[in-house]
Design a protein around this ligand. Structure first.
Ligand code: PMP
Length: 373
């Protein structure tokens, strides 16, 4: 161990992946567990989109694309965000997944000591990459209802605040922020002139009405969107970053860094993404709404949980005896794989369920969890 310490860079000591690893390690030996741990859709990639990718490969689209992305795809994304947000001259960068976009955005924006405001619970990558770059995460508690904590965010802003991250629908809570919450945050960000990163990877998975992007109300929004979850193609590593002209310099820097890191997003899949943008996913969304209802109905009498409105997660309070990690270990011993909330939070009171699995598995998992209370 002492020898390892010498070869590893100091920044590696800020990253802790033990929470999720423990779940995988415990689950690996099981034959047929109820896997509520997985953060991706369980449906197949649509056949028509697979065929687009195969067509692109067969047509020889196998070399690097432009660093910023395939020209036709970028044009189409630009057209879409222009219409949606009224950004006259949007800047667009096709990224290797939303993770790629996040890394490039953080590398372009965060200096050591800069503060990043993040509602808690949060998607894990934010914390670890901000820390790795010497930034300071300022977590703003959104328990127990998981609404966008606008007032607390306003109170957390200091002269060092560099950005605010908004993730709606939220991983892990499944919360979808309301128009009035988003508008209120836009006003605060505008008043203090702070960039907002809007991670909208689960945007298509909304079950109880419309979706509001902060991009509709605030020009200094760096929009991050992904293809992986919407079309069940997480392995294709595709997403994009887009912004109004006022943040064009950020997209430009991100593009420069992409040139020296990822180089470009996978070329044949970018071709398929052009078709994906016109693909209707309402059938998947309807199926996931039913799964949400099934899970919620099964758990609500035994557990404390807010009905999730989006994504495919529920963030459930663990029974009060002990901490959430202890309950998670008990669940895993009973062949239900869930993730302790401490992976996504500064608290260890909840656990995350991903209901992106078969209805049969949801029923079985719910039955087992209810017996453990
Ligand atoms: N943001 C959020 C909120 C996520 O949950 C995920 C994936 N779990 C990502 C970004 C990264 O997605 P991608 O696979 O596109 O890199």
């Amino acid at each position: 161990m002492a020898a390892m310490k010498k070869i590893l860079a100091d920044r590696t000591s800020t990253i802790d992946a033990s929470g999720i690893r423990r779940v995988f390690a415990l689950g690996a030996a099981m034959k047929d567990p109820v896997d509520f741990s997985i953060g991706q859709p369980d449906f197949e990639t649509p056949q028509a989109l697979k065929e687009e990718a195969i067509k692109a490969i067969k047509a020889g689209q196998n070399k690097y694309s432009q660093t910023a992305g395939d020209g036709v795809l970028r044009e189409k994304i630009g057209e879409q965000v222009r219409k949606e947000f009224g950004w006259a001259k949007p800047a667009v960068l096709v990224t290797s997944g939303v993770s790629g976009g996040l890394l490039l955005a953080f590398l372009s924006l965060i200096n050591p000591g800069d503060e990043v405001i993040i509602p808690d619970p949060y998607f894990v990558i934010y914390k670890h990459v901000v820390n790795m770059l010497g930034g300071r995460c300022i977590f703003v508690d959104s328990y127990p209802e998981f609404r966008l904590p606008v007032e607390k965010i306003a109170e957390a802003i200091t002269a060092k605040t560099k950005m605010i991250i908004v993730n709606s629908p939220c991983n892990p809570s499944g919360a979808v922020y309301l128009q009035r919450e988003i508008k209120a945050l836009a006003e605060i960000a505008a008043e203090k002139d702070i960039v907002v990163i809007s991670d909208q990877i689960y945007e298509k998975f909304c079950y109880d009405g419309g979706y509001t992007s902060i991009g509709s109300y605030y020009k200094k929004t760096l929009l991050l969107r992904g293809f992986g979850k919407s079309y069940a193609m997480t392995g294709w590593r595709l997403g994009y970053a887009a912004a109004d002209e006022c943040l064009a310099s950020v997209i430009e820097e991100m593009t420069k860094i992409q040139q020296y890191t990822f180089v470009c997003a996978p070329t044949p899949f970018q071709k398929a993404a052009i078709a994906a943008m016109d693909y209707d996913t309402s059938e998947f969304v309807a199926a996931y709404r039913k799964k949400r209802d099934l899970l919620y109905a099964g758990l609500k009498d035994k557990f404390e949980l807010v009905k999730p409105s989006g994504a495919f997660y529920a963030f459930v309070k663990a029974p009060s005896q002990g901490n959430a990690t202890e309950f998670v270990e008990k669940a895993i011993k009973n062949e239900v794989l869930i993730i302790p909330g401490s992976v996504f939070s500064e608290k260890d009171t909840h656990f995350r369920i991903s209901y992106a699995t078969s209805d049969e598995k949801i029923r079985r998992g719910v039955e087992i969890l209810c017996k453990l209370v």
